[in-house]
Design a protein around this ligand. Structure first.
Ligand code: GLC
Length: 650
């Protein structure tokens, strides 16, 4: 059962959309007050696992860490950084079949058995709702929470194809080269992302016509080859008198203002920008309508970035920012502190209009990014009569109804494959089903081995995009000599596409998770509690990828009898395996995964584009009897249970 307790007058975040009964008392948590803050406390048993918090650092089990919900543009994804791009204030107490959501748009400090305290402490300001769910199992509690949040975003089928991206593709020629590179190497591909270089001077809703003389013709030409263009759209609009988008925004009063009522300015990629007031429905509508620029040119997929919002500098901190740069070289730690102070000052200096009243950005900071995704999604749903791709960087619970997320500027390192796995399970608990990491890593240089192992993980995540930064070693799958190993792994993604798509759509329709920890399905099994490198993907598959450099085998724990599937690029070799531990060999050019007992896995043909994926002649692997297949044309908005049919193994 889901209930809520109110503390003061909550700020409407729109995270939960279903009516929830109000009660007076919180379960498991006591509430105190200190220095104007609320402190929620819950003692923990020694063996209790605490899940949740969506996109944060730390383990899948959050014990032993401090996590601060305060959306931050940061490339430091190490455990010592308490704040990433998103704030997902949900805790899941596994032993108690209980989850709790602290619904407040401001900063929240989560200390979970920090320094062995033996308790959870959650510190935040008041004026909030706290939602709590008690159910018969942890899994049921999370599903009830997801139902209260509301149905997940539904991407088109092509968004489950493989995408290639790089900060640094500059002109038509670069995109053609990427497409041809994949084609020549026999590697599948569905879309190529356009990073900020496509824009005219980094202005949203513009294109540099010297590099893309006719974007419409170019996108049509690419689409003929089955490749879609997916441009980036950033939060800030360049301050640019005389330029139509800018002038129109000023005219319609859609930008955030400072204390004096003047338009607030912050430096991002294009120089000084104004920030659309995404908390204001009028501004959201205005921003959403601007996407006509792209839809008129045949473009139907986007990523939203810099929406924490990221601020490189402001008029208030221009001077100190210089000092900041100097400090970077001398005292990096001190620099971090100085930067944090500036950011707080910047965020305190601008305002939104909520119900015609000014609201300081700092107090509602964490819901800004999610509302940008909402603006984009609502705009596109008016401009198009079918589904579209949208994923963003910064988010808050609830934004998963409007789009997906990617997990930002990670690094080409082994730890971040592990972080990718943890994020997927935690994000799913918070209603972000369409998610993925920069496969291969954004910062740093990726090796062939790292990319192959990472692709083997991303094969199972809804968003499967290879993205990297300029200045790093080229990372396209055809750049590492003989592409055969890459071909094998990428072909598995397309053979699994009927399953991935079907499981995703069923999860979205049924308030379910697409990826989940083993403990959600095997709550009685003590051994699975702390397994973080094996996950359930949909209801038929368990994955246990290699996440260590140099490893060619690993231990896998099977919580029940399962069928081991080894895919060598051509055949699926199935071996029944009994419950228990098992050492599994996984050569670099193979993927090994497991089908659950009494389940089936439909697999299709190896193809090079999602257009060629069909639901005909699916092969059914595993020892189950039936499989419920969701299938439609991949574009319709009419996504219902009627599109599900039962496949039977003969
Ligand atoms: C940000 C994004 C990254 C993008 C870059 C340039 O760092 O996280 O993905 O490539 O900006 O737009």
């Amino acid at each position: 059962m889901i209930t809520k307790v109110l503390f003061g007058v909550p700020f409407p975040t729109d995270a939960v959309t279903q009516p929830v009964e109000q009660v007076r008392e919180l379960k498991h948590f006591s509430v105190g007050e200190e220095y104007g803050c609320l402190i929620f406390t819950c003692p923990l048993d020694a063996d209790e696992v605490v899940y949740g918090l969506g996109e944060t650092t730390g383990g899948l089990n959050k014990r032993g860490g401090q996590y601060i919900s305060f959306n931050t543009d940061t490339a430091d994804h190490s455990d010592s950084n308490p704040s990433l791009y998103a704030s997902h204030n949900l805790l899941v107490l596994e032993k108690r079949n209980f989850c709790i959501f602290f619904d407040t748009p401001g900063k929240v400090d989560f200390r979970i058995d920090l320094n062995g305290s033996g308790k959870i402490e959650v510190i935040c300001r008041g004026n909030m709702a706290v939602y709590q769910v008690e159910a018969g199992s942890t899994y049921e509690a999370v599903r009830e929470f997801l139902a209260a949040v509301g149905p997940s975003y539904l991407p088109p089928r092509w968004a489950f194809g493989y995408g290639q991206s790089r900060f640094g593709y500059k002109c038509e020629q670069d995109f053609l080269e990427v497409m041809e590179g994949h084609q020549k190497a026999g590697l599948p591909l569905d879309y190529i992302c356009m990073d900020i270089d496509y824009m005219d001077g980094y202005r949203d809703f513009s294109v540099d016509s010297s590099r893309f003389p006719d974007l419409k013709a170019f996108s049509e030409r690419m689409l003929k080859e089955g490749i879609r263009l997916v441009p980036i759209v950033d939060a800030g609009i360049k301050v640019d008198p005389g330029e139509p988008v800018y002038e129109d925004g000023v005219k319609h009063g859609v930008f955030c203002t400072n204390k004096e009522g003047k338009l607030f300015q912050g430096g991002v990629w294009p120089g000084m920008t104004h920030f659309p007031d995404f908390l204001n429905p009028k501004a959201r509508k205005w921003f959403g309508q601007q996407y006509k620029f792209y839809t008129d040119r045949g473009i139907e997929g986007f990523w939203n970035d810099m929406n924490e919002p990221a601020l490189f500098y402001t008029e208030y901190t221009k001077g100190p920012k210089k000092l900041d740069l100097a400090l970077n070289f001398v005292f990096p730690r001190l620099r971090k502190k100085v930067k944090e102070r500036h950011t707080v000052r910047d965020y305190q200096s601008f305002f939104h209009q909520v119900d015609s009243k000014p609201v300081c950005h700092y107090d509602v900071h964490n819901i800004y990014g999610g509302n940008m995704i909402r603006a984009t999604s609502e705009g596109l749903s008016e401009l198009l009569d079918h589904r579209y791709l949208i994923f963003g960087r910064s988010s808050y619970i609830g934004a998963g109804r409007y789009g997906g997320v990617w997990t930002g500027d990670n690094t080409s390192c082994w730890e971040h494959i592990m972080l990718n796995l943890r994020h997927m399970a935690s994000l799913n608990m918070c209603g972000f089903l369409y998610s993925g990491a920069d496969t291969g890593g954004f910062m740093g240089n990726c090796s062939r081995e790292l990319l192959l192992r990472w692709l083997a993980v991303s094969t199972f995540t809804p968003l499967m995009r290879n993205h990297s930064s300029m200045g790093t070693r080229a990372q396209e799958a055809y750049r590492f000599g003989d592409p055969e190993a890459f071909r094998r792994i990428l072909s598995l993604r397309y053979r699994l596409l009927p399953y991935i798509y079907s499981e995703y759509m069923k999860a979205a329709l049924r308030s379910d998770m697409y990826i989940k920890p083993l403990a959600f399905t095997f709550p009685e099994d003590e051994k699975v509690k702390n397994i973080e490198d094996q996950l359930l993907v949909g209801n038929s598959i368990m994955i246990a990828p290699i996440v260590t450099k140099g490893a060619t085998a690993r231990n896998v724990y099977l919580p029940e009898d399962m069928t081991m599937v080894r895919y060598d690029g051509r055949d699926f070799v199935c071996t029944p395996c009994p419950k228990g531990d098992r050492q599994v060999e996984v050569p670099l050019d193979q993927v090994v995964f497991f089908i659950r007992k009494d389940r089936l896995l439909p697999v299709g043909k190896a193809v090079c584009n999602s257009r060629e994926v069909t639901a005909e002649d699916l092969q059914l692997l595993g020892d189950g009897k039936t499989y419920e297949l969701y299938w439609d044309d991949g574009m319709t908005r009419n996504c219902t249970e009627d599109n599900i049919r039962v496949l039977e193994k003969s």
